[in-house]
Every structure is written in C-alpha cells, then in structure tokens.
Design a protein around this ligand. Structure first.
Ligand SMILES: C[S@@+](CC[C@H](N)C(=O)[O-])C[C@H]1O[C@@H](n2cnc3c(N)ncnc32)[C@H](O)[C@@H]1O
Length: 228
C-alpha cells in the first residue's frame, strides 16, 4: 500500500476507490451537517447541538461501523470520530444520516491536529482501536500511541478518564505497556500482555478486528487509566 506523508505522519489510503455518487453525496451532506472544523481551544461540547453526559474521541475509526453502533447504544454520550480515509468517512456519514444520530460528529483530517486544538480535561475517553502498528523501529514515532502523545492525551482527559487501546500487534502492545510505565500519567489494565487477550464485556468488534490477520488471530485489549 502506498504511503503518503502528512507532516510527521504517514497514513495508509486516504483515498481508495473512487466514491460512488451515493457515497459522495453522503460525504458532502454529512460533513456539512456533522463535520467538525478545527479551531483553537475547541470544546467538544460546542460541536453538538445539545449537551451530553460524556464525550468520547475515536481516532482512526476506519469504516465507522463500530463508532455508529457505539453511538446507537450510548445516546447520552457525544462521540467525535477522526479519520483521514475518505471512503470510511463517507461510510460513517451514510449511517449517521440514515439513523439521524445526533450524538456523532466527524473530523475529516489528521487526528493529531485535532488533539492539538481541543481544550484540556474535555474528554471522558479516547478510543484507539487497531491503529497502524508501524513495526519498524525508525517508524515508532509515527505510532498514535507514543510518549509525546500520551502526555497530550493525559491533558485532554478528565480526571479518571481513560484510553481504550486494542491491537493485534504484540510488539506494539508491549511497547504501549512500557511507555505507560515510563510516562506515569496512566496505568494499564490489565498490566501484563498475557491477561489482555480477551475483549472486555460489551465489546463491539471493529471491521479490522474481524478480518483474518497475520498475527495468529490474537488481539490485545487495554484500558489506560489516568492516574489523577
Ligand atoms: C488499521 S486501521 C483500523 C481502523 C478501525 N479502527 C478498525 O479497527 O477497523 C487504522 C485507521 O487509522 C486511520 N488513521 C491513522 N492515523 C490517523 C490520524 N493521525 N488521524 C486520523 N486517522 C488516522 C487510518 O486512516 C486507518 O483508517
């Protein structure tokens, strides 16, 4: 897959197959109604029409099926999804428009720019599910969960807020456990790899998770909980 460089980040496909006219229409209509624009000191509350009990950011929602299902199951939570993959964003827009999901907002762009503009202590949870693992050591800095981003996530989360992190890449899982210990803003639950192999109860599987993969079919699931 050809990688495109965007600042420090490289992503997989931002544009895949040309959008069908239905998807193109949903993308335009959905973003006009539910799109989030970057602005300094952005408060998640202000991007929705009404207040919610909790606010969740999902980074890299892929095709968005899990995000829309989470929104249906949790109508009192406001979800902001960030993605760079056009086809996935269009897919989410179709679902949000069809079900008139008032508790989803969509950011089309680099989530790193979004997290730089959100105000501190504004999120209850950040979901990072099966992010690109960047297996080569020289690419580790491109991982969504790295030491620098962990500090930023800690600022964005409310006290006792947490990150939900899942991966099918054992080395990435181990790396996240190690940097969580170094960083001290979070503790991991579970704290060891061997106990992280089952999804928590009520888990909604992601599209990526359901694909046959090259890692023996094993995935790891963690909660990184803010220490203060
Ligand atoms: C391996 S896919 C997993 C998608 C989805 N979470 C799932 O499990 O089905 C990783 C996704 O993260 C997105 N992504 C990677 N870096 C991103 C960034 N900085 N901002 C927004 N999306 C990003 C990619 O476009 C891709 O769709």
């Amino acid at each position: 897959m050809k990688q495109k460089k965007v600042g420090l980040y490289t992503f997989g496909r931002q544009k895949g197959r040309r959008l069908t006219s239905q998807k193109q229409h949903a993308l335009e209509t959905g973003l006009a109604k539910y799109g989030v624009n970057l602005s300094p000191n952005l408060d998640p509350k202000t991007v929705f029409d009404s207040p919610f009990n909790a606010y969740v950011l999902e980074i890299g929602f892929g095709m968005g099926e899990r995000l829309s299902e989470a929104a249906r199951r949790n109508p009192n939570t406001g979800f902001i999804g960030a993605e760079v993959f056009e086809n996935g964003i269009a897919n989410l827009c179709i679902e949000v428009l069809a079900d008139e999901l008032q508790n989803i907002r969509v950011f089309y762009g680099n989530a790193v720019e979004l997290i730089d503009s959100l105000i501190p202590a504004s999120l209850d949870r950040i979901d990072i599910l099966f992010p690109d693992p960047w297996p080569k050591k020289r690419h580790h800095k491109r991982r969504l969960i790295n030491i620098e981003h962990l500090s930023r996530f800690a600022e964005l989360l409310k006290p006792q807020g947490h990150i939900v992190f899942a991966t099918d890449n054992e080395a990435y899982a181990q790396h996240v456990l190690e940097i969580t210990l170094t960083n001290k803003d979070f503790y991991a639950q579970p704290a060891i790899l061997e106990e992280a192999c089952s999804p928590p109860s009520g888990w909604i599987p992601t599209k990526f998770e359901q694909k046959p993969n090259n890692h023996g079919g094993r995935s790891y699931y963690f909660k990184l909980i803010k220490t203060s």
